[in-house]
Design a protein around this ligand. Structure first.
Ligand code: TZP
Length: 222
């Protein structure tokens, strides 16, 4: 059995969505401030965008994140990721299969997969062991208005079952705001993924620092 084990610090995973994060300039500025203040991963997720817009934004984000060594993950646009040499690709259950993404990206890029329940989580574990994916997203765990087609909220006991004896890195997503982080981290996640808790906030730096402080406290003050 192999694992890709591409290293990724999932602690504070910012998902940029143009509906909340604004146009290109505002999005790039948000990403930069978040990276400066401790965000550990940035994902671009813009299902409504045309390819040319995708490429321009992804290239701009890559440039702004590089000095902070914060990886840029592209949501469900393999061609864009290949064109601008992104750090990785994240796919959902209805997107290009993770196995195809891995085959086309090669072994040294990050591949993430969304999961919404125990069965999908167990499938993801097998994919991790086979070297296909590097981490999973688990969610939504709270109702969210950010993703209009979000899957149903996962029941608390199902989340617990997913995390029991887990072998793969997992980041939690969906409706996570300041104050909710400690509870989720205590369940055993490696980090939290957010859109609206950072994007569109009046104080991006303060919002990022606040979430990070909760994460570090939950990880034992590291
Ligand atoms: N996937 C599951 S929920 C979600 C995504 C992309 C949106 C999360 O947004 P927010 O604003 O952090 O609730």
């Amino acid at each position: 059995m192999t694992t890709t084990a591409n290293p990724i610090d999932l602690s504070l995973y910012l998902v940029l969505d143009p509906d909340l994060c604004g146009g290109l300039d505002e999005m790039v500025s948000t990403a930069k401030i978040a990276a400066q203040n401790g965000a550990t991963v940035v994902q671009l997720r813009a299902p409504q965008w045309k390819k040319r817009q995708w490429l321009l934004a992804a290239q701009a984000l890559k440039t702004v994140l590089a000095p902070y060594h914060v990886p840029l993950i592209i949501n469900d646009q393999l061609d864009i990721a290949l064109a601008m040499d992104a750090d990785g690709v994240h796919v959902g259950q209805q997107d290009l299969p993770a196995s195809e993404v891995r085959r086309l990206l090669g072994p040294n890029k990050i591949v993430g997969l969304s999961t919404n329940g125990l069965a999908q989580f167990h499938e993801a574990e097998a994919m991790y062991q086979a070297g296909i994916i590097d981490y999973v997203g688990v969610g939504p765990v709270y109702p969210t208005g950010t993703k209009k087609d979000a899957s149903p909220v996962i029941a608390v006991d199902e989340v617990a079952a997913m995390l029991q004896n887990r072998i793969l890195p997992a980041v939690v997503i969906g409706g996570i705001q300041a104050g909710k982080v400690a509870h989720l981290m205590a369940q055993g996640f490696d980090g939290v993924a957010v859109v609206s808790a950072i994007c569109g906030q009046a104080d991006i730096a303060g919002a990022t620092q606040g979430l990070l402080a909760e994460i570090h406290a939950a990880k034992g003050g590291t």
